[in-house]
Write a protein that binds this ligand. Structure first.
Ligand code: FES
Length: 126
């Protein structure tokens, strides 16, 4: 059991370790993100957490960065390294790998996204 002091942490990365993500490289994505964070001396600034399913299994493996609210899909080792280098260290999200980004209205898919829309959580009455 570990209790980290997270005062001053700048980013929280939720790395999906649900069954679909684990079948498609979730462990490799987890290790690639964590190793790159350590390599770049970002351990104080970045906290990572393994999660269960985040509900976007078709995009597996998935990683989510807060507080920016960026959801990443198909996190290969290369994408994992770019998330750390370009987003967490550099402050720029990787547009082509985004499922969602967050604006004042909530999550939105980036323009020209090729991610599937998914199933509506609430059925409309039309
Ligand atoms: S198992 Fe990762 S989104 Fe479902």
């Amino acid at each position: 059991m570990t209790t980290w002091n997270l005062n001053g942490t700048k980013h929280h990365v939720l790395i999906c370790n649900g069954s679909s993500c684990m079948r498609k490289g979730g462990e490799e994505a987890t290790q690639a993100i964590r190793n790159k964070v350590t390599e770049l001396n970002l351990d104080e600034a970045v906290h990572t957490t393994r999660t269960r399913c985040n509900g976007r299994c078709k995009d597996a493996p998935v990683a989510i960065v807060y507080p920016s609210g960026d959801w990443y899909k198909q996190v290969t080792e290369n994408v994992a390294h770019r998330i750390v280098e370009e987003h967490l260290a550099g402050g720029c999200s990787i547009k082509e790998s985004l499922i969602y980004e967050y604006d004042q209205q909530g999550f939105v898919s980036p323009e020209n996204s090729d991610s599937i829309e998914g199933i509506d959580k609430v059925k409309s009455n039309v």
